[in-house]
Design a protein around this ligand. Structure first.
Ligand SMILES: [Zn+2]
Length: 142
């Protein structure tokens, strides 16, 4: 086990999941070496629930980390848990070069790149290459 996974396991213990009881922990290592953690936080309006991975990434960014190099996520699944689609997009936006360590509580782990998790992704580069092209929300002039 490594320190990032240990931090994710510890963070999992602080999950707020009264509805699903599905506890998830995540930890992110920034280029500075600092580790930031998150757990899932469920809302009674289920769609507002925040995943552990996104909370950890937001915490890192909020604390001033500009480059995220490694992410760990842990849950009580049978086999290493894959992040949801929303978290994969978030990883691509904020940690495109990171490696992602997924682990269950029984010792099964898997490590992949963010690029492997979200092939053919849409990201900041797509918006940067878009120059407006008069797409103001109205359809005049076309
Ligand atoms: Zn997620």
């Amino acid at each position: 086990m490594n320190d990032l996974l240990d931090a994710a396991i510890e963070a999992r213990g602080r999950s707020h999941a009264p509805y699903s009881k599905f506890l998830v922990g995540a930890a992110v290592r920034g280029a500075t070496g600092r580790i930031y953690t998150g757990s899932n936080v469920e809302s009674s309006s289920y769609g507002l629930t925040i995943c552990a991975e996104r909370l950890a990434i937001c915490t890192a960014l909020h604390q001033g980390e500009t480059e995220l190099v490694e992410i760990a996520v842990v849950a009580d699944t049978q086999g290493a848990p894959g992040p949801c689609g929303a978290c994969r997009q978030f990883m691509y936006d904020f940690a495109p070069k990171a490696t992602v360590l997924m682990a269950d509580l029984h010792g099964d782990t898997r490590t992949v790149s963010v690029e492997d998790l979200i092939p053919f992704a849409f990201g900041p580069g797509d918006l940067a290459s878009f120059e407006g092209h008069n797409h103001s929300g109205t359809s005049d002039d076309e």
